[in-house]
Design a protein around this ligand. Structure first.
Ligand code: CMP
Length: 138
């Protein structure tokens, strides 16, 4: 289904005090929260989550950054969720993110880029299931 996506508010945005502002932007854009938790990934769990990037040069830095502090993980629902959420957050590199996007407003670098958004329906499903059971979805 194209009506759900998965997001994380990453350790940089949490540490910089942007949880509230980012959740406000997300809900103001029409996304409904289906599931949400405040948690921290171990290095092992972060490595598992990002296994698709294992061969990339940035994998080690990505795993240590994503396990460096607490995050907010959430499943979001809206028509056209994947595409609309990627528009809302902006380009992966905040230097290239459009004006008004979450990454343009709150992110500092390509690694510390404030939020994650799933890139496909299939990955949204996999990523959501990494964090949430059926009983944790509303
Ligand atoms: P995200 O798409 O949420 O998940 C993978 C992350 O790897 C990405 O955000 C970036 O924060 C990080 N990253 C670091 N370097 C790169 C790169 N060259 N290309 C893509 N992602 C990168």
């Amino acid at each position: 289904t194209t009506n759900r996506t998965f997001t994380m508010i990453k350790p940089d945005a949490v540490a910089n005090g942007h949880i509230g502002a980012i959740l406000n932007d997300i809900t103001a854009a029409g996304f409904k929260i289906v599931a949400m938790k405040y948690t921290q990934l171990s290095a092992e769990k972060a490595g598992e989550f990002y296994a698709v990037h294992k061969e990339r040069g940035f994998y080690g830095d990505l795993v240590s950054f994503m396990s460096s502090g607490p995050i907010v993980a959430a499943i979001l629902e809206k028509d056209n969720a994947i595409e609309d959420f990627r528009k809302l957050i902006g380009a992966t590199n905040p230097a290239e993110a459009a004006e008004g996007t979450i990454r343009q407003k709150y992110a500092k670098s390509i690694d510390a880029n404030a939020v994650h958004g799933s890139d496909s329906d299939e990955n949204a499903q996999i990523e959501g299931s990494f964090y949430f059971t059926a009983f944790e979805r509303f």
